[in-house]
Ligand binder design. Structure first.
Ligand code: GLU
Length: 311
């Protein structure tokens, strides 16, 4: 089997170390096996898109020594594919319009145990069986009618066996917002399936989305689904989440401070456990040549070097 991986940044700012890390890991996984890489720009949530950010991210990835066989493919160019998939779900009776406001959902969902596991509000199903030809209070969102037997199990390359009952943990989730924006869960499931991605390598703050995406791929009838490897986050030297104001958190800042791309690649590769211990700079190609399997990669957050934060 040809390994195909993808890196899927949202163009909402410059490439930060967390993005560089998942980009490097997914690129190296493909390249170590003579596989294919896809670069996908996740720009469907237009209000969050920062002009020029996609071009800057593409340039920053090239500066790190990463290249792509396909892309950049912008999700904004794939509207017809998303419409078609949504129409298939709709024809199968698997969607319904929902005009509940956030406040209404929060009030109705305040039953004990709601969202305890996912930390998300479980949609209480208010609109599930409502008439579709009613007068809507606002432009309705489209939700997935999550089937009762929505148990999804997968083997994560880094984290091991994961199992989730989507109906119980998240409930009927949104596929398209009232303002017309397709939901992340839907577009990622469609793109990963239709772009032939065999291995999804991404940050583990998305681990909780994987069961939803696998469920959608199953309901959409794609013949196969990717394998997953969720890598830990890169954090600031004090353990806090990287934020725009974290100094040295973007590759551009580090480049401006004179840090070489090989120094960043070497530190990330060892921090993540992509390669065995050692020290010194590495090119992306050297990482691919020495790549250890995902089961040997790091599982806990990795703090960026203090020297970089002071750079
Ligand atoms: N676009 C998402 C992000 O930048 C990543 C999506 C994914 O890897 O599934 O956080």
């Amino acid at each position: 089997m040809t390994i195909t991986t993808r890196f899927a940044p949202s163009p909402t700012g410059d490439l930060h170390l967390g993005g560089a890390w998942t980009a490097l890991a997914s690129w190296a996984l493909a390249r170590s096996a003579g596989g294919r890489t896809v670069l996908r720009v996740e720009d469907v949530d237009t209000p969050r898109v920062v002009a020029g950010s996609a071009e800057r991210i593409v340039a920053d990835l090239a500066w790190l020594g990463l290249d792509w066989d396909e892309g950049p493919i912008a999700q904004s160019s794939r509207t017809a594919a998303y419409e078609a998939a949504l129409a298939r779900l709709d024809a199968a009776g698997l969607t319904y319009p929902c005009d509940c406001s956030r406040a209404e959902i929060a009030r109705a969902a305040s039953a004990p145990h709601a969202g305890e596991e996912s930390g998300e509000t479980i949609y209480p199903g208010t609109c599930r069986d409502a008439r579709r030809d009613r007068d809507f209070k606002r432009l309705p969102a489209t939700r997935l009618r999550v089937p009762k037997d929505a148990r999804v199990a997968f083997e994560d390359g880094v984290r091991g066996a994961i199992e989730e009952d989507v109906a119980r943990v998240v409930g009927d989730f949104v596929l398209r917002r009232g303002d017309g924006v397709f939901a992340y869960q839907l577009v990622v499931a469609i793109d990963d399936a239709e772009m032939g991605v065999s291995h999804v390598v991404r940050a583990d703050d998305l681990l909780g989305s994987t069961a939803r995406q696998l469920l959608l791929m199953r309901l959409l009838g794609y013949p196969s689904a990717p394998a997953y490897a969720h890598v830990p986050l890169v954090v600031a030297p004090d353990g806090a989440r990287l934020a725009k104001r974290t100094p040295g958190a973007t590759t551009r800042e580090l480049a401006a401070a004179g840090v070489a791309p090989e120094a960043i690649v070497g530190a990330l590769a060892r921090g993540l456990g992509l390669v065995a211990e050692g020290s010194g700079p590495l090119t992306a190609r050297e990482v691919a040549a020495r790549l250890r399997p995902p089961s040997a990669w790091r599982r806990t957050p990795w703090a960026m070097p203090r020297a970089w934060a002071g750079a």
